[in-house]
Design a protein around this ligand. Structure first.
Ligand code: ZN
Length: 307
């Protein structure tokens, strides 16, 4: 197959954003239950029947992890350039333009100052809707700047990761962001400020191999795919079958790669507690997200190893 045909086969992705849930009901892809959308929204898009975590739009994530009205955006001005003059089925600038129209943003990062439980934080959220959360030079620069603000102002950093990996249209420039972001985080560490990462579905490639993996505390969402290379690539390389649930957060927790797998509805309280303990400051009690009693997750669901 020629390279041109390979790209043609895939075609441009759907433009639909999942920021809003227009219909009244959704069907859970894990347990098949019909869920009233309002109930799903209140539960931060966690299925009330089986606790399956639907993808959460970036703005809702910010609401979920900050004190009401405290978020002050510090990102949004950095834009990628087409240094490699990259064209597949579409030129890179035109692809960026289309993504900008869809999301209303210049890059896949939303970062800003905020408080959580009254504690000063810098929150960095990656957006899967923007080019699969892929990391180009603009994303690396935004993360670096956000961390530098935190270092200067002595804020804890909370980073919510989701990414398909490095952005191929930027080649090596994209890979250099792995080192750049890591250096900025090193300086944050020298100021003794905590860095906590929340890994959501999916966190892969160069992001999983750099800043997402070096949090002082690493929290994973249940059932999220987290890994560097794809399962098939690894299997073909080492010529062995991989264990069930490989690269899911539960497996990574069992093997010591992440610190905890935690239901999204509990992140707010856990992050406030962690930052309070790590910075030795009292936290104001955060307003809990009201949750109906959830039955234990069904076994043998979408990922085969929940519960
Ligand atoms: Zn469900």
């Amino acid at each position: 197959m020629t390279l041109a045909r390979f790209f043609q086969r895939r075609g441009p992705k759907r433009e639909q954003s999942n920021d809003d849930l227009p219909d009244l009901w959704s069907k859970c892809p894990n347990c098949g239950a019909q869920i009233y959308n309002k109930e799903l929204e209140q539960a931060l898009r966690v299925c009330p029947k089986c606790a399956f975590h639907h993808r959460l739009p970036v703005k809702k994530r910010i609401e979920a992890l900050t004190d009401a009205g405290s978020f002050e955006l510090t990102s949004g001005k950095v834009r990628s350039v087409d240094a490699l003059k990259f064209t597949d089925t579409e030129s890179y600038p035109s692809r960026l333009e289309r993504t900008k129209k869809k999301t209303g943003r210049e890059n896949a990062i939303m970062a800003g100052r905020a408080t959580l439980g009254g504690l000063r934080i810098q929150l960095i959220v990656m957006d899967f809707e923007y080019s699969g959360g892929s990391m180009g030079s603009a994303e690396g620069e935004e993360i670096t700047r956000a961390v530098e603000i935190a270092t200067r102002e002595k804020r804890a950093v909370v980073l919510v990761a989701t990414s398909g990996g490095a952005r191929m249209q930027e080649g090596a420039l994209s890979l250099m962001q792995m080192a750049k972001t890591t250096f900025a985080l090193e300086e944050l560490g020298m100021e003794k400020m905590p860095y906590i990462t929340v890994l959501t579905d999916p966190t892969t490639g160069g992001v999983a191999a750099s800043f997402a993996a070096i949090g002082d505390v690493i929290v994973g969402e249940p059932g999220a795919l987290v890994g560097f290379a794809g399962q098939r690539v690894i299997q073909q390389t080492i010529k062995q079958n991989l264990p069930e649930g490989f690269q899911r957060t539960e497996f990574l927790e069992e093997h010591g790669m992440i610190d905890m797998v935690l239901d999204r509805r509990e992140h707010r309280q856990m992050l406030a507690d962690l930052i309070s303990t790590m910075t030795n400051q009292p936290a104001v009690e955060v307003k809990a997200i009201e949750v109906e009693v959830t039955p234990p997750p069904a076994k043998g669901g979408l990922f085969g190893r929940r519960g």
